[in-house]
Design a protein around this ligand. Structure first.
Ligand code: NI
Length: 184
């Protein structure tokens, strides 16, 4: 098997103290390195295999400030291809927030409604080491805020303003399929 074959990494779950630890900056020496490329590839591979839209390095027990994500396209927005942000910083653009459903590969099976800034400015390094910045909206902004929280030891449960929306995904799916049956 060639070295470049991406690895499926075990995803740690809530209860592992690494998920509650402030991650360290990816050091300058790793930017653009084969080691970082390979770590990024493994993160993307694991994210897809586990059917997530994002996966942060601490979730694979690597306490460093980088994460992978992608955004499926919809009628309003083109999708975003798998992307890895390294040492990212964000700030909200305006103070508008919106509620939306979130889940997390480290908290499997649960969903909750979480308020997030609708629009953010992102300043980050790429895996290659380039400095870039961009603006993200809506679900794209939500995914980045969720993943960046992981780098600070924060999970979506901490961001919920009420636990009353917390639900098992299976239960939500059952309700949706029952209401679709009724509509037929
Ligand atoms: Ni998560």
């Amino acid at each position: 098997m060639p070295d470049s074959e991406p690895q499926l990494l075990p995803v740690i779950r809530l209860g592992n103290p690494i998920l509650r630890t402030l991650s360290e900056d990816v050091p300058q020496s790793l930017l653009g390195s084969g080691e970082l490329f390979s770590m990024a590839d493994n993160l993307i591979h694991t994210m897809f295999k586990e059917e997530g839209v994002g996966l942060a390095a601490p979730q694979v027990a690597e306490s460093l400030r980088f994460f992978a994500y992608w955004v499926p396209g919809d009628e309003d927005h083109p999708g975003i291809d798998p992307t890895v942000l390294v040492n990212p910083e964000i700030r909200p653009v305006g103070d508008t927030t919106e509620e939306g459903w979130e889940g997390c590969l480290s908290i499997p099976g649960l969903r909750g409604s979480v308020p997030r800034f609708s629009r953010i400015k992102v300043k980050t390094r790429t895996v290659e080491g380039a400095s870039i910045s961009f603006t993200a909206d809506g679900f794209h902004a939500r995914v980045i805020q969720h993943e960046l929280d992981h780098l600070d030891g924060i999970v979506f449960l901490d961001r919920m303003t009420s636990m009353r929306s917390l639900a098992f995904e299976e239960e939500l799916m059952r309700l949706v399929s029952e209401s679709e049956d009724e509509a037929e």
